[in-house]
Ligand binder design. Structure first.
Ligand code: GLN
Length: 602
């Protein structure tokens, strides 16, 4: 096993995760099996109890692990399925060591950070690195380890010490270090300043680790003389000082980095025993093609995300990525408008009229709408109003998890006339609890107790004509990832279906409602699961593809091509896109003929 440790300097949030994932993506293109471990040096056991405001979204894995959103980057870039143990936190390590101490495993010794915590870190890394993560089932050959935060953080010390010991134990040819540091360009001087980067590398070396590659993150490309300076001061050849300026899309980073010969360097340095003899155009082709598709959009589509965590984009990272992937598939650039659902609520009309009208204006000019997942009552009535607006104005709509549940509530109130329809999460005493708690998922504890992870959803008999089923390639069984505690109350299902909201997808016991689809609407779909977690740049998520193609009034034509993914070459020659773009209007109703009769779905 070969290890590439990726550390950060100066400040966090400069894209260390994307750099680390890109290194992995490059190696994968050379035919190497790659896995990844993300270390978060905080004390939480996992990300399950995090507020999206503080850390961005909680990412969910197949095994139900609630982990840091960076694991999503690795899954997307490497097209792998990680395990909850691929996310290490200080909390997990300490919990393991303390449990062993209580069990008497240390035979009366004093339990200390060195060697007990540092040993536990090394054991964990070596054990998890071996776990297969791709469809091939092969044991990985390279493990990328990203250490969160910066090397000068007090929380990182035990981890850096563990890797200092580790490098000697596993030998030089099996371990290397990449250090990612911003190179700032203060407005007052105009020049790129290297001092903070130099200081962070000095700190890394003081802790006993020498960088093999230095990645300089900057807004604009840095000059060769600046690179030379970093190389001189930091003991790294200038060829291994690589500048990654801000690029239009994160998916351009692997190709950009590989132009500096990262694969060749790592293959030699880590004695990987292969050589990418092919020219870069060949082995990096999937990423070069992706870049081409991304830079040649034929449409521009505005998507409103109506949620409550709209002040922090990271809270909806996977949804934004899923929209980009789906946009590549249907040839459109996605413009996202974040709408704080609280601003859509009636009481805001008098309290904050400008915010209220602005929110409604943005919603009404959007081509389609996503109501994402969430927890708690704040902003829910605004989400319900947004669902009503989409349903009535025939605007393409995708409700995810809580978004699915609020669309069910809205339909209950305004179509079935159940004026008190509600979720027991939001109102415990409702006369019409159309959304209820799954009692087996409430043991009174908060962390890790929801219905979590990859589960089977089955399309019901006679749903062949359903749009969402066709988007999934007309498969009978699909797998998606879940994270929820509440579900549709089965007592109301018959009444909903009689009135046109069909629960086309259910769980394997046919008891839980997992997908609804509305008849007589271009695209009004709700999913209890989170399709965004399984979206990949080269394998976009069907509900998002459906949303964007419906927004462009092209859903039927997309489906009749049997959901083919467009290649870069096809895009170059696809005149149909331009023709459709010119003739398409904002009228979403053209596509609205119901693909099935009500009796066939009920
Ligand atoms: N709060 C809802 C539930 O627990 C929805 C959760 C979500 O959107 N992830 O069921």
């Amino acid at each position: 096993m070969k290890y590439i440790l990726v550390t950060g300097g100066v400040i966090s949030g400069v894209g260390k995760g994307v750099i680390a994932s890109s290194i992995g993506a490059i190696l994968k293109c050379c035919g190497i099996e790659v896995t990844a471990i993300k270390i978060d040096p905080y004390l939480n056991i996992d990300a399950g109890t995090f507020s999206p405001y503080e850390h961005g979204e909680v990412y969910v894995l197949d095994d139900g692990g609630e982990v840091d959103l960076d694991l999503g980057n690795y899954e997307r870039f490497l097209n792998v399925t990680l395990h909850r143990e691929n996310n290490i936190t200080t909390g997990k390590i300490y919990q393991q060591v303390i449990d062993r101490e209580r069990h008497g495993d240390f035979m009366g010794k004093t339990v200390q950070v060195v060697p007990h915590i540092t040993d536990a870190i090394q054991e964990w890394v070596e054990r998890v690195a071996e776990k297969p993560v791709s469809d091939t089932g092969k044991t990985p050959e390279v493990c990328i380890i990203e250490l969160g935060g910066t090397v000068s953080d007090i929380e990182s010390v035990a981890f850096l010490e563990a890797f200092r010991q580790f490098q000697y134990r596993i030998k030089r040819e099996n371990f290397c270090v990449t250090h990612v540091s911003p190179v700032l360009q203060p407005k007052t001087t105009g020049d790129h300043k290297t001092k903070p980067t130099q200081a962070s590398i000095q700190e890394l070396r003081r802790l006993g680790l020498n960088p093999d590659i230095i990645i300089c993150r900057s807004e604009k490309p840095i000059r060769n003389s600046t690179k030379q300076k970093i190389s001189n001061f930091c003991n790294v050849a200038s060829a291994q000082v690589i500048c990654v300026p801000d690029l239009e899309s994160i998916y351009e980073v692997p190709v950009h980095m590989e132009k500096y010969g990262i694969a060749k360097y790592l293959i030699e340095r880590l004695e990987l025993g292969i050589f990418p003899l092919l020219p870069i155009e060949k082995y990096m082709k999937p990423w070069i093609d992706l870049g081409k598709i991304m830079t040649q959009p034929k449409y521009e589509t505005t998507v409103a995300i109506v949620g409550k965590y709209t002040k922090l984009e990271d809270a909806y990272t996977s949804i934004l990525k899923a929209l980009t992937h789906a946009g590549n598939e249907v040839g459109c650039r996605v413009n996202v408008k974040f709408i704080d659902s609280s601003n859509l609520e009636q009481h805001m009309r008098l309290m904050e009229p400008a915010m209220y009208h602005n929110a409604w204006y943005n919603l009404s000019i959007s081509d389609c709408v996503v109501v994402p997942g969430g927890f708690g009552i704040r902003g829910v009535s605004g989400k319900i109003d947004a669902c009503k607006w989409c349903r009535e104005s025939k605007t393409p709509f995708l409700g995810i998890c809580l978004g699915f549940q609020v669309a069910v509530i809205e339909f209950g109130r305004n179509v079935l006339g159940l004026t008190e329809a509600n979720s027991t999460e939001l109102c415990k005493t409702s006369n019409h609890p159309v959304i209820i708690e799954m009692s087996e998922h409430n043991n009174g504890q908060m962390g890790g107790t929801m219905r979590l992870g990859r589960r089977l959803t089955v399309f019901k008999d006679s749903t062949e004509g359903s749009k969402i089923r066709r988007l999934y390639g007309d498969k009978r069984n699909i797998y998606e990832r879940y994270r929820h505690r509440f579900e549709v109350n089965p007592d109301y299902v018959e009444e909903y279906e009689k009135n046109g909201m069909y629960f086309v997808g259910v769980d394997s016991d046919q008891k839980r409602m997992e997908i609804f689809e509305l008849e007589d609407h271009p695209y009004y779909i709700g999913v209890q699961y989170h399709p965004e977690y399984l979206s990949r740049p080269m394998n976009p998520s069907p509900p998002f593809v459906g949303l964007l193609s419906a927004a462009e009034n092209r859903l039927e034509s997309y489906l009749s091509q049997e959901c083919k993914v467009l290649s870069a070459e096809q895009l170059d020659s696809d005149e149909e896109y331009l023709d459709t773009k010119q003739t398409s209007s904002t009228n979403h109703c053209e596509d609205s003929s119901s693909a099935y009769s009500s009796s066939s779905l009920s």
